[in-house]
Design a protein around this ligand. Structure first.
Ligand code: AMP
Ligand code: MN
Ligand code: MN
Ligand code: MN
Length: 303
């Protein structure tokens, strides 16, 4: 690992990565492997944020404890907003919270129905066994479009993941199934009911006009959303300054996450995130108080 920490020390003495995936959703590492890799890469505070599921947190926590690393329990919730899929990350959630878990069950039921439907649609395009193939690659975990993409690559239908999405799985393509994920206010509500903080994931990735993105942020704020990802491994570098400005102007806390999925084919590897730009208020600003016993979070901060 390179030793280039001098620049970061003044702004963020601790290295945070608050958006990552394990094979419990569409990543490829087990939760324990993810934690081990993150620690080796210099991450000090890691959030596991699998899509629509929190099953990996316990294993990740056990690994983190044994390595002396701090693990934040998280989730990345699929939302449909104005006909588009938007992702809302929840941080510091109580994974036992019933309302959150009931909501996630509903999303996983839709996800399962959708997987069968994706398989049916691909079969019409003479791609046989896609559902079974995606399920095999998901190894008993939720089935994501990522697993279909891996199947299409494995079977030689496409050369790579990008092509799999572009040709078959993105909106309007033969294997794309439109449908309804959570409403924005539901997702934020579930996160808040679990005591967590809601974060708009990778805002630069949505195909929304500036005006519509503005409306998304406005509605997100109204239902209790607190933060946006100013730094994302899936953003182009220039997005950091842009979203730092938006966060400052609109009083959002700023989060940072790699969106790590896979050591080889990922947006970004672990441990490589740049610092938050100056002027951002980090989403972790009050976390030390949250952690220390008796751990009663200031309830007033949501009022
Ligand atoms: P799903 O939640 O099943 O609809 O799958 C969405 C996931 O697909 C995202 O979380 C990404 O990990 C992955 N994904 C979406 N678009 C692409 C792309 N163009 N290339 C690679 N992975 C993608
Ligand atoms: Mn993913
Ligand atoms: Mn996402
Ligand atoms: Mn993600």
């Amino acid at each position: 690992m390179s030793n280039t920490d001098t620049k970061s020390v003044s702004i963020t003495p601790t290295r945070y990565d608050l958006h990552t995936h394990s094979l419990r959703s569409d990543g490829t590492l087990t939760p324990a492997e993810l934690v081990t890799r993150a620690q080796a890469a210099g991450v000090e505070v890691l959030a596991l944020t699998d899509h629509d599921v929190t099953d990996g947190i316990e294993e990740a926590r056990t690994a983190a404890v044994s390595l002396g690393m701090r693990l934040i329990s998280g989730v990345e919730i699929s939302v449909t907003w104005q006909g588009q899929t938007v992702h809302i990350v929840g941080l510091n959630i109580d994974t036992d919270a019933a309302v959150l878990q009931q909501g996630l069950v509903r999303l996983r039921e839709f996800r399962q129905w959708r997987a069968v439907e994706i398989g049916r649609r691909l079969q019409k395009k003479r791609i046989e066994g896609a559902y079974e193939g995606a399920r095999r690659l998901a190894k008993g975990n939720i089935v994501s479009r990522t697993h279909f993409a891996r199947f299409l690559v494995e079977q030689g239908y496409v050369r790579g993941m990008q092509q799999a999405f572009k040709q078959f799985l993105s909106s309007g393509k033969p294997g794309h199934v439109p449908g309804q994920w959570a409403a924005l206010e539901e997702a934020v509500g579930w996160i808040r009911s679990a005591g967590g903080q809601a974060v708009v994931a990778h805002p630069a990735r949505y195909k929304l006009s500036a005006g519509k993105l503005q409306r998304l942020f406005g509605e997100f704020r109204e239902c209790g959303g607190e933060a946006i990802e100013v730094i994302s491994g899936s953003h182009p570098p220039e997005a950091a300054q842009h979203f730092a400005r938006i966060a400052a102007e609109q009083d959002f806390l700023a989060s940072a996450g790699s969106d790590f999925h896979d050591p080889e084919k990922t947006w970004m590897d672990l441990g490589r995130l740049p610092d938050l730009p100056a002027g951002c208020i980090p989403v972790w600003r009050d976390w030390e108080q949250v952690e220390s016993p008796p751990a009663k979070v200031a309830a007033g901060s949501f009022s």
